[in-house]
Design a protein around this ligand. Structure first.
Ligand code: ADP
Ligand code: MG
Length: 698
């Protein structure tokens, strides 16, 4: 496979545009993309026609406005290019109007009540900063996909992309102000960049098909631990088996065709867990691409008789999956604003941007936490594996020492770092993070970018990026205002560092985030420890959040409120599905199997005792099983009741809280009973594949 030939073949990218568009059209479109100005209709017609010809040559018959509703997935409605002719035939047509705007009747997608009150229909609008691409489905089905934003007619965001684009504009505006104040006149745009590392599990399709819990909930609701878990540490970065290598090769090929620069692949910590990472790109494209990565993972897996699990915690007892979101800011003239650089001037700029992050993350830690909240991530965050539920920043000792030394304005002795005079001295070289140095931090500085490690593996990265961009925009705004007023920019920079460390230095933590001591210490520092999704979602209604998102024109009060309602409902629905699947499995699979064994045992006891007197082992086993079975039976009744009770609650927050406190808790009790039974009932009678089957059979 010649990768350079394959790469981007399904993308209407710059190279294709340059080749296929008339020179002036190309120039106008480029301007639109760079300056984010509206596309003139006559230009749109030319672009649409070229796009259609290109797509048809590659087998496309349909086009779709591809968008990202608040389900966190993508949505598409395919329209064919056909248009009738007077002679009764058809021609293939695609106008500029159809390219720029679509009107899907998307009334079944979640709107959190927005469309009921405002406008029944929504429209989709082309995000021309993310290139159009071709999607291949089944044998020979090719569809031209136009990445779009999805809004109501009154301009209310009904999707994940609209706020993301707004937040990118906000952070660009404020970052430019800081750069101007520092004397930079060459940058005209600052882009937030993201590289999202996607973790996932693979499971053999034949086992998957026998597990209702995996099918409907994406995770195992039952399952006793296998004799082996991840304790041997033999899977992480282990040799990739042939079957998986074939899958990964196929995956890479599909991703490369879509212009997704899939770069890294490896085995992850848990058995049957893997990771792929692409090269970073601008945030909206990274978000689009990550959606395609998730979709392609699932699609390609099926071709190999595998199923890809994107759930945050498919299996109890082994690590779950996340999506490390690497984030930075980059100028249009190619400068990474989180790179320390080598000159005193670059260093000053770097330290200011680091301060921005310290300020932003400390002030709005709860928003970041919320952006990573979903029912799946509740199993990870705070559960002694991936990052804890408490947000802190890993800065590395060297950089921390430097910041502290500057803040104190005195010579620091630790580790040889001395106080730095901003604008005069250069920073001592900072060691590049090799990502093993602190894997426990939820938000780590890794040399020239930050890595937000809480992000949910199954979720869109848009939410976390919207939060990051917006909170950083606010901090940049404040810093810019100070710099603009300052007589001496270097002195002011020193003061900004000092004030930031004083007010927000508590967010820096370089130690072990999994330790009990940290939970206590964080409490002393007043850092929030939000343990569940329901609690996290509450922050959608905080005045502080409303003001922030309003000020930077990212999300209005209505938009925030609709999200609050939608995400609460999503949580409730997910728990509801899990509970119903659990009841179904227990009633129709586990209890009948156990009863079967109980009958076998009782008959054996009867027969044996008729000939040889009391049977100790069989009676003991029967007694233990009966106790567990009865407990399971009671918990089934309880789960049924709690589920019904939760449904009667009208208030969406209290309903979600009841799901968490009562339904979910009872499910866990029930699981304990069933898992204990699994350990004593004969394997041949156990009705579903075990953890050993699911985890160690690839
Ligand atoms: P690590 O630092 O974890 O050893 P890499 O440096 O290769 O590994 O980066 C991991 C991810 O971070 C990749 O997706 C990479 O493209 C992304 N990344 C690197 N630099 C940036 C940046 N400036 N902005 C956003 N993401 C970045
Ligand atoms: Mg990783």
């Amino acid at each position: 496979m010649d990768v350079t030939q394959i790469f981007g073949t399904n993308v209407f990218n710059d190279e294709v545009m340059r080749k296929r568009l008339p020179k002036d059209t190309y120039k106008l479109l480029k301007e639109t993309i760079d300056k984010e100005t509206p596309l003139p209709p006559e230009v749109a017609d030319v672009v649409a026609s070229a796009m259609k010809d290109w797509a048809i040559e590659r087998g496309a018959t349909h086009y779709t406005h591809w968008f990202q509703p608040l389900t966190g997935r993508t949505a598409e409605k395919h329209d064919s290019f056909i248009s009738p002719t007077a002679q009764g035939g058809v021609i293939m047509e695609f106008s500029g109007k159809q390219l720029i705007k679509g009107e899907p009747d998307a009334s079944s997608l979640p709107s959190g009540g927005l469309r009921a009150t405002f406008e029944a229909r929504g429209y989709t609008a082309w995000d021309c900063t993310s290139p159009a691409f071709l999607k291949e489905d089944g044998v020979g089905g090719v569809t031209l996909c136009i990445p779009t934003a999805f809004c109501s007619y009154t301009g209310i965001a009904l999707d994940k992309k609209t706020p993301l684009l707004r937040s990118m504009a906000a952070v660009s505006r404020q970052a430019l102000r800081v750069l101007r104040a520092l004397g930079n006149t060459t940058a005209h745009k600052v882009t937030s960049t993201v590289g999202a590392e996607q973790e996932y599990f693979l499971v053999d399709k034949k086992f998957f098909a026998q597990r209702l819990d995996l099918i409907v909930a994406g995770r195992t609701l039952f399952g006793a631990p296998a004799p082996k878990g991840q304790e041997m540490e033999d899977h992480y970065f282990g040799q990739i088996k042939d079957r998986i290598a074939e899958f990964m090769k196929d995956l890479d090929k599909e991703l490369w065709k879509l212009g997704i620069a899939s770069k890294t692949k490896h085995n992850e910590v848990a058995p049957s867990q893997f990771e792929m990472a692409p090269l970073f790109t601008s945030t909206n494209i990274a978000a689009d691409q990550n959606q395609l990565v998730m979709e392609t993972l699932q699609k390609v897996a099926l071709r190999h008789n595998l199923v890809c699990l994107l759930h945050e915690k498919p299996y109890a007892g082994v690590n779950g999956s996340g999506k490390h979101t690497n984030w930075s800011l980059c100028t249009d003239d190619g400068m990474n604003l989180l790179d320390p650089g080598t000159t005193p001037h670059e260093n000053a700029q770097f330290l200011l941007f680091i301060c921005t992050l310290i300020k932003a993350v400390d002030r709005h830690a709860y928003l970041l936490r919320r952006s990573a909240a979903n029912s799946g991530n509740d199993h990870r965050l705070g559960a002694n594996e991936a990052p804890p539920a408490i947000i802190s920043i890993f800065m590395g000792q060297e950089l921390t020492d430097i910041l502290e030394a500057i803040a104190k304005g005195e010579k620091a002795t630790s580790r040889g770092s001395s106080s730095i005079e901003i604008g005069v001295d250069t920073l001592p070289p900072l060691p590049k993070d090799n990502s093993d140095r602190n894997r426990t931090s939820p938000f780590a500085f890794t040399g020239n970018k930050f890595e937000f490690r809480m992000v949910a593996s199954s979720a869109s990265i848009s939410g976390p990026c919207v939060v990051l961009n917006t909170i950083v925009a606010e901090a940049l705004d404040e810093i810019a205002t100070r710099l603009e007023k300052a007589k001496d920019v270097n002195k002011e920079t020193t003061l900004i560092i000092r004030d930031t460390m004083k007010e927000h230095g508590r967010i820096i933590f370089n130690g072990n985030n999994y330790s009990e001591e940290w939970v206590k210490e964080a409490g002393k520092r007043g850092l929030p420890n939000i343990r569940s999704t329901v609690e996290a979602l509450k922050t959608f209604t905080d005045k502080k959040a409303l003001d922030l998102f309003k000020k930077y024109k990212v999300l209005s009060k209505e938009e925030l409120h609709s999200r609050y309602e939608i995400y609460l409902e999503q949580y409730t629905k997910q728990i509801n599905i899990e509970a119903k699947a659990a009841l179904d499995m227990v009633n129709s699979l586990y209890i009948p199997s156990v009863l079967h064994f109980v009958k076998e045992l009782a008959e054996t006891i009867e027969k044996l005792e008729a000939v040889k007197g009391p049977t100790v082992v069989q009676r003991d086993l029967l007694a233990r099983i009966s106790t567990l079975l009865e407990a399971a039976y009671r918990n089934v009744e309880k789960l049924d009741t709690e589920l019904a009770k939760a449904h009667e609650i009208d208030d969406s927050y209290r309903r979600a809280a009841a799901c968490r406190d009562n339904v979910f808790a009872t499910m866990n009790d029930l699981r304990k009973n069933i898992d204990a039974l699994e350990k004593i009932v004969p394997r041949k009678l156990w009705p579903v594949p075990t953890y050993a089957d699911l985890l160690f059979n690839l």
